[in-house]
Write a protein that binds this ligand. Structure first.
Ligand code: FEO
Length: 169
């Protein structure tokens, strides 16, 4: 059975995952209207779906453990970006924020001796390592590419492979 504090903290995480899904959906849509960024758009459409799965997994767990998972109200995410690089920086920042939040949740499970939730959250801990890694790799690539058009062409061409590799890892 979840404590009230734990239930509230997990519901906050539901909101963060839902906001991530919305933020990445906005990135997908923005990328889709930029010339030649079709795979980048696809990448963020998939990323948005994944965040929704993270949210659902949490909601099901909260209800299963005797709590009540609340569907959150969401603010509109950032919908325009100065550049592709700027969008990917925002992606990384977002993932770092999610990781910090997961770490705080893990901390709380230890304080409360809630080992079931502790065990459940380990999946998120591993997932965040992968997500942050992918976001950093993509940011490093963009840093190298700068304004080089052929580099950006290759970046878009290869981005879905990066995703598949990190999923296999
Ligand atoms: Fe579910 Fe990318 O955090």
């Amino acid at each position: 059975m979840l404590s009230q504090t734990m239930q509230e903290a997990l519901n906050k995480q539901v909101m963060l995952e839902a906001s991530s899904s919305q933020a990445y959906l906005a990135m997908a849509s923005w990328a889709e209207i930029q010339p030649g960024m079709d795979n980048v758009a696809e990448y963020f459409y998939m990323q948005s779906e994944e965040e929704r799965i993270h949210m659902l997994k949490l909601m099901r767990f909260i209800n299963e453990r005797g709590g009540y998972a609340l569907v959150p109200a969401l603010a509109q995410p950032i919908v325009t970006f100065k550049s592709l690089k700027n969008m990917f920086e925002s992606f990384l920042q977002h993932e770092v924020e999610v990781s910090n939040s997961i770490n705080e949740l893990v901390d709380l499970t230890l304080k409360e001796k809630d080992y079931a939730t502790h065990n459940f959250l380990q999946w998120y801990v591993s997932e965040q390592i992968e997500e942050e890694k992918s976001a950093r790799i993509l940011n490093d690539k963009l840093e190298l590419i700068g304004e080089d058009k052929s580099g950006l062409y290759l970046f878009d061409r290869d981005i879905l492979n990066t995703r598949n590799q990190s999923e296999k890892a």
